[in-house]
Design a protein around this ligand. Structure first.
Ligand SMILES: Cc1cc2nc3c(=O)[nH]c(=O)nc-3n(C[C@H](O)[C@H](O)[C@H](O)COP(=O)(O)OP(=O)(O)OC[C@H]3O[C@@H](n4cnc5c(N)ncnc54)[C@H](O)[C@@H]3O)c2cc1C
Length: 412
């Protein structure tokens, strides 16, 4: 369903740029509290986003806080386990609250929920920040220059701008917030319809192998007899440019190698129907690569690097950081410096978790670590519980792959 076109207003209280999970979550929470919010995206409602579409426990929690978990689960494919498969074919199924819903549907549902709460939507592209009409030093962002659908430029004043523009750094650069232009990772996915394989691939399967190093391949069961299949290289900037670097990263070749290595993937591609093309996209991880705020502006979601390295999961944390920014604004509407300070404190509290995921990235670089973990988890209930704790965010992933952690794993 398309939305009636909106005459661009001259001003609003909060301008949210980007209607992905981060932007829509922030807009919904602000609008629910009575804030005048304008949500802007360069693409029309119902746009697609290249993603694995996996909703892990942190996404379930964020959706519950937004009051949307039931609505999402009514459309999503429910999944009970993440199936971890090592290079030698060993497998362990880690339980958790999981689901898969194509982003075209998830993001539309989130956007509609923001509009239901009272936010407005405008299709337009953020071009540059506008300086506020005051003498504050350093200059405060007081709105944005937007490019409208007819190509004209429109100046819009706002008390706060939230930048939720995802992993592509163009808008971050324009806003003077980008500290790293290269992505932290890149990934490629396709949709395959294969009704005959429904019930045969039941878990969200994550497969480590030398073919996909440093990264992993996946097959996630989606609704309507479809599967999301892809590969991600989580350290692509180093993989391409750093020590021991590959000259060129060819994601399509890595995808083909994954399919050749993993028989269920080969079967899916052989027996199923590929819907559309395989598509790739960058990731920004570890809360790094961008400034989190400047006067009048906060960066939320993947633009702030809110995606986990190691797993490349980011939908849940995008919503969480969006809600954190909304809460910070609601607590300090008359003192934007205090709102920013509160938002940054919230992100700093999340940082240690991201650092641990960065450490856990070793599994992607050294897939034999996955073999070791899977082999031990098959023998140790306790280790399986710890792996489930990582998925549910009740225990730390980094501890599993530190040398001390590995020694414990071998003996426990
Ligand atoms: C192949 C792949 C697989 C992935 N798999 C998973 C997974 O299974 N589970 C998971 O949790 N995460 C996954 N991720 C990560 C996940 O996609 C991101 O973490 C998530 O989309 C971040 O949400 P966001 O709202 O911050 O940004 P986005 O979802 O990227 O939304 C940003 C929005 O901003 C808009 N925008 C950008 N620039 C402008 C501009 N200048 N003006 C106006 N609008 C603009 C865009 O059109 C877009 O709608 C995957 C990523 C990739 C690439």
């Amino acid at each position: 369903m398309s939305l009636p076109p909106l005459t661009p207003p001259a001003a609003c209280e909060v301008l949210v740029i980007g209607a992905g999970p981060a932007g829509s979550a922030a807009a919904r929470q602000l609008a629910r509290a009575g804030v005048d919010v304008l949500l802007v995206d360069q693409q029309p409602p119902g746009r697609d986003k290249v993603c694995g579409d996996g909703l892990i426990p942190d996404a379930h929690q964020a959706l519950a806080r937004l009051g949307l978990l039931e609505a999402v689960m009514a459309k999503a494919e429910r999944v009970a386990h993440v199936g971890c498969i090592g290079p030698r074919g060993g497998r362990v199924d880690v339980p958790g609250s999981l689901a898969v819903l194509p982003r075209r549907e998830l993001d539309r549902l989130l956007l509609d929920a923001a509009l239901d709460a009272g936010a407005h939507f405008l299709q337009a592209r953020f071009e540059a920040p506008l300086e506020a009409d005051d003498d504050q030093q350093p200059a405060r962002v007081g709105g944005a220059v937007l490019k409208l659908e007819d190509g004209s430029l429109h100046e819009l004043r706002a008390g706060l701008v939230l930048l939720a523009t995802g992993a592509v750094p163009k808008a971050l650069i324009a806003a003077g917030m980008c500290e790293r232009h290269t992505p932290s990772g890149v990934a490629l996915r396709g949709y395959v319809r294969a009704p005959a394989l429904v019930g045969k691939i039941k878990a969200m399967e994550v497969v480590w192998s030398r073919a996909v190093r440093p990264g992993y391949g996946w097959i996630f069961p989606a609704p309507d007899g479809c599967f999301n299949i892809g590969v991600g290289v989580t350290d692509s900037h180093r993989a391409v440019g750093g020590k021991g670097a590959k000259k060129e990263l060819n994601l399509r070749a890595i995808f083909d190698a994954f399919v050749a290595h993993y028989e269920p993937a080969a079967r899916l591609m052989r027996e199923g129907e590929l819907l559309g093309e395989l598509k790739g996209a960058p990731l920004r991880c570890t809360l790094a690569g961008a400034r989190w705020s400047r006067p009048g502006l906060m960066v939320i979601g993947e633009a702030a690097g809110s995606t986990y390295s190691f797993t490349g999961e980011g939908i849940g944390k995008a919503m969480e950081t969006g809600m954190q920014a909304a809460e910070a604004w609601l607590a300090h509407r008359d003192d934007e410096a205090a709102a920013r300070a509160r938002y940054e404190t919230g992100l700093r509290a999340l940082q240690p978790r991201y650092d641990l995921y960065e450490r856990a990235n070793r599994v992607n670089a050294y897939p034999w670590l996955a073999d070791l973990l899977i082999w031990r988890a098959g023998k140790s209930e306790r280790l399986l519980r710890r792996m489930s704790g990582v998925l549910n965010e009740t225990s730390n992933p980094g501890n599993l792959v530190s040398w001390r952690g590995l020694t414990r794993i071998i003996w426990e």
